[in-house]
Design a protein around this ligand. Structure first.
Ligand code: NAD
Length: 298
């Protein structure tokens, strides 16, 4: 059993912390939201009254926060954890942030002899609840190996992509591809519906044909084709449009820096940003299905 401090109990972090408790770890949590803390308490976590309290005696500190500035603030800010972390504690950041920020954290914490790995995840809220996430790690091999027991309590795959920041690079490559698959699947379904096809039948046809992809398998964007997915729940409770737009922004920044050509990623970034600007930022990213609704014929 390990002692784990956990920061960020949102759609992903809440169920991840609960799975750590189920696996027998002692988990102390912190979040800005009282509702999130209450749920964690009910799941068997201890609640810290201040951020820095999560580090007390911790073998691991895990964070699952929205974006770069949240993570940087929590670890390196004026009241940040870098001032109180013990050298025995391994820091595991599971948020999706830029590779640069992950490398900066790794370097600054290493200056105080604190080990850090970036370990962003794939698998969505369903994977977080079921404990079947994929962790995509960056950091030295010994640190990734040390994290495996804790990560395996929340997921089923642990990959090491390379040194610090490499997990974040692999993660944004994956999410850029996911955005293209989601937008393309939505367009295909809307085209079929516009021609009178039943979306359930069309989904089954594409699932058994060359258009098969993860969105059709487990995350269909058309309402009522699948149960227990955000599209059948008013596009609530999944991976927010705002977060997908953030990840696509990170992918484009990375592409600019490296000279990589990512025209499809650029298209989906624009699509998701404008969908967010139209007021859908807090809906699940499969709501892009509604953006490609056919125009009514005059
Ligand atoms: P979320 O917005 O549901 O949760 C974020 C949580 O962090 C909230 O509870 C918020 O109160 C808390 N928080 C923010 N600032 C804080 C601070 N300074 N101190 C303590 N708590 C703070 O987000 P999410 O969907 O859980 O996503 C978290 C991360 O995981 C993001 O980087 C996202 O890109 C990534 N991710 C999400 C999904 C998904 O399907 N939702 C899938 C893979 C990766």
């Amino acid at each position: 059993m390990a002692k784990v401090g956990f920061i960020g109990l949102g759609n992903m972090g809440g169920p991840m912390a609960a799975n750590l408790v189920k696996a027998g770890h002692a988990v102390t949590v912190y979040d800005l939201s009282e509702a999130a803390l209450q749920q964690a308490r009910e799941a068997g976590c201890s609640v810290a009254s201040e951020l820095t309290d999560v580090t007390t005696g911790a073998d691991f500190v895990v964070s699952m926060l929205p974006a770069d500035h949240h993570v940087e603030g929590v670890y390196l800010g004026d009241k940040g954890l870098h001032k109180v972390l013990d050298t025995k504690t391994l820091v595991i950041d599971c948020s999706t942030i830029s590779a640069e920020t992950a490398r900066k954290l790794s370097k600054e914490l290493a200056a105080s002899q604190i080990s850090f790995i970036d370990a962003p995840v794939s698998g969505g809220v369903g994977g977080a609840k079921a404990g079947t996430l994929t962790f995509i790690c960056g950091g030295d091999e010994a640190a990734v190996d040390k994290a495996r027991d804790v990560l395996n309590a929340m997921g089923k795959n642990v990959f090491r992509a390379g040194d610090a920041g490499a997990g974040q690079v692999a993660k944004i490559c994956n999410n850029m591809l996911l955005s293209v698959l989601m937008a393309g699947t939505s367009e295909a379904l809307q085209l079929g519906i516009a021609h009178g096809l039943d979306p359930k039948v069309l989904s089954e046809i594409m699932l058994q044909s060359s258009g098969r992809n993860w969105t059709l398998e487990v995350y269909n964007p058309c309402p009522d084709v699948m149960e227990n997915v955000p599209s059948s729940n008013g596009y609530q409770g999944g991976f927010m449009v705002d977060l997908m737009a953030k990840d696509l922004g990170l992918a484009q920044q990375a592409a600019l820096r490296s000279g990589a050509s990512t025209p499809m990623g650029s298209l989906t970034l624009n699509l998701y940003r404008s969908w967010a600007q139209l007021g859908h930022g807090r809906e699940d990213f499969s709501s892009i299905f509604k953006y490609v609704t056919p125009q009514t014929k005059k």
